[in-house]
Design a protein around this ligand. Structure first.
Ligand code: HEC
Ligand code: HEC
Length: 209
């Protein structure tokens, strides 16, 4: 009777060792895919050529209503491209450039833009609005999701240094229900904001690097 539990234990140990070896195999896969990710950004650079006409050199858009993509999180870029292609976010101007993109293309584009350095947009912030926007951001707990410095993480976008006019438009779109691909987060946040709040918050975000 007592031998049985011991055999069980040995069998478990062997299974654990096998799992361990599989674990090592997994490590190798992770390392390999890290190497692949490094290449993706280079491939992404080539695929990004048509995008730069609107989004600017290396994703530093010179146009107030076209978002800066430089330094945006790779995951967020991928999700937005997917949402646009599948009709969950309506950006008519981009549709001709999106339709032919595969999942790999979108991941490569995300890797490329995430690796670029965002530059100052040149917008002249109003110091009084920056102060008011910062207070509003604290009150509304923006950093709970967008993190300190509003630099974002994974599916939460970087909004630090984003164009003032683009930010105001997105907040208005969320509030009006014209942009609905946010799983409800920004739709509810934006309902608490007035036009002045949005302008102040956008000034505050422009003041961040
Ligand atoms: C004809 C101009 C144009 C071209 C070309 C273009 N875009 Fe855009 N893109 C826009 C505009 C305008 C918006 C913002 C739409 C809005 O107000 O919601 C946008 C938004 C985005 C967003 C969402 C960013 C955010 O912060 O939410 C991503 C990601 C994006 N574009 C990636 C790309 C990629 C990748 C390409 C190339 C395959 C591309 N775009 C080509 C005009 C363009
Ligand atoms: C509960 C989490 C949460 C909070 C709180 C939050 N956000 Fe967001 N925000 C998100 C997510 C998630 C998205 C991306 C939605 C999507 O996938 O389209 C987003 C998107 C945005 C965008 C659009 C960015 C772009 O590039 O298009 C802006 C601007 C923004 N948030 C500003 C703010 C501001 C300002 C506050 C505080 C007043 C705030 N957010 C509070 C989660 C949050």
């Amino acid at each position: 009777m007592s031998a049985l539990p011991r055999r069980d234990w040995r069998a478990r140990a062997v299974r654990a060792m096998r799992r361990g070896r599989r674990g090592l195999g997994l490590c190798a896969v992770v390392l390999l895919s890290a190497a692949a990710a490094a290449q993706d950004a280079d491939v992404g650079r080539t695929k990004a050529t048509p995008c730069l006409a609107c989004h600017g050199p290396e994703g530093n858009s010179p146009t107030p209503l076209i978002p800066v993509l430089a330094g945006q999180t790779a995951r967020y870029i991928y999700l937005e491209l997917r949402d646009m292609k599948e009709g969950r976010r309506d950006v008519a101007a981009m549709m001709p450039f999106i339709q032919g993109l595969s999942k790999d293309d979108m991941l490569d584009l995300g890797a490329f833009f995430a690796g670029q350095t965002p530059h100052d947009t040149g917008f002249k912030t109003d110091p009084a609005k920056v102060t008011r926007g910062q207070a509003k951001a604290v009150e509304t707990l923006c950093t709970m999701c967008h993190l300190g410095g509003m630099k974002g993480q994974n599916e939460v976008p970087r909004v630090a240094g984003q164009h003032h006019d683009y930010v105001v438009k997105q907040l208005q779109d969320f509030r009006a229900g014209r942009r609905t691909n946010d799983a409800g987060t920004m739709s509810s946040v934006s309902k608490t904001l007035s036009e002045d709040d949005m302008d102040a918050l956008a000034n505050y975000l422009e003041s961040l690097d």
